[in-house]
Design a protein around this ligand. Structure first.
Ligand SMILES: C[S@@+](CC[C@H](N)C(=O)[O-])C[C@H]1O[C@@H](n2cnc3c(N)ncnc32)[C@H](O)[C@@H]1O
Length: 212
């Protein structure tokens, strides 16, 4: 598979002198074996991230249908998992990295998953609400930027919606849980595995769900 096949707009970005850095990882989702193309310029180019795998293994089964969000989709492992487990749902995969968006779209096609919409955050319809958010969020963007990012997307949860986040314990999963609680979410610290914590986040009446 060449870069050109997946990135017609940026065929050489992230490659050295045209040498492809692509690699294909297998992702087992229940009885389905998915193939995830990874590439330079997109998070976790050498293999599916350990934290992402902890989330995929730990999160509850998604509802059968609804609007779901993979916040910060990278190469798309989370979106592909949601789309496989809930074929009647619409899974929005967003990322600021256009290369990640293109790679997730290519991976959806590769795995014949038609219920994934890849989209830049700025293009999401303002009135769209999510029944489910799964994310391995970009912790390294900095605390205040991460808080602003999560506050904005969590405010787009439906009243009965929930978010599942995986965060490295050394990078502040527990303080993030405390902060989310302080802004009105019910946070359950669920699995702790391989240095990662999985948080389930649900709106309470005190949470700002105005998605402003
Ligand atoms: C920890 S990585 C997870 C990637 C992918 N979900 C996975 O599990 O491999 C976080 C992702 O968030 C993206 N990101 C960073 N800032 C963002 C923002 N403001 N909005 C949306 N995505 C963002 C990064 O480009 C990166 O792909």
């Amino acid at each position: 598979m060449s870069d050109e096949q997946y990135f017609t707009n940026q065929p050489r970005t992230g490659s050295t002198a045209g040498t492809s850095k692509q690699k294909t990882a297998k992702l087992q989702v229940d009885s389905e074996t998915l193939h995830v193309v990874l590439d330079s310029g997109v998070f976790a180019r050498k293999g599916i991230d350990a934290g992402t795998m902890v989330l995929i293994d730990a999160a509850a089964r998604p509802p059968a249908k609804g609007n779901f969000l993979d916040l910060g989709c990278g190469s798309g492992a989370i979106a592909l998992t949601l789309a496989t487990r809930a074929p009647k749902a619409t899974v929005y995969a967003v990322d600021v990295n256009e290369r990640a968006i293109a790679l997730t779209a290519a991976n959806a096609k590769l795995n014949k998953l038609r219920n994934i919409t890849t989209i830049l955050p700025t293009s999401i319809p303002q009135d769209l609400r999510f029944d489910l958010i799964w994310s391995n969020p970009p912790i390294r963007i900095g605390k205040s930027e991460l808080h602003a990012l999560l506050q904005m997307w969590l405010s787009k949860l439906t009243p009965s919606g929930e978010a599942w986040l995986v965060v490295n314990r050394n990078l502040g999963s527990d303080s993030l849980a405390v902060w989310l609680t302080s802004i009105g979410y019910q946070v359950d610290r669920l699995v702790s595995k391989q240095g990662y914590r999985v948080l389930r986040v649900r709106p309470t009446r005190g949470a700002d769900q105005s998605a402003s």
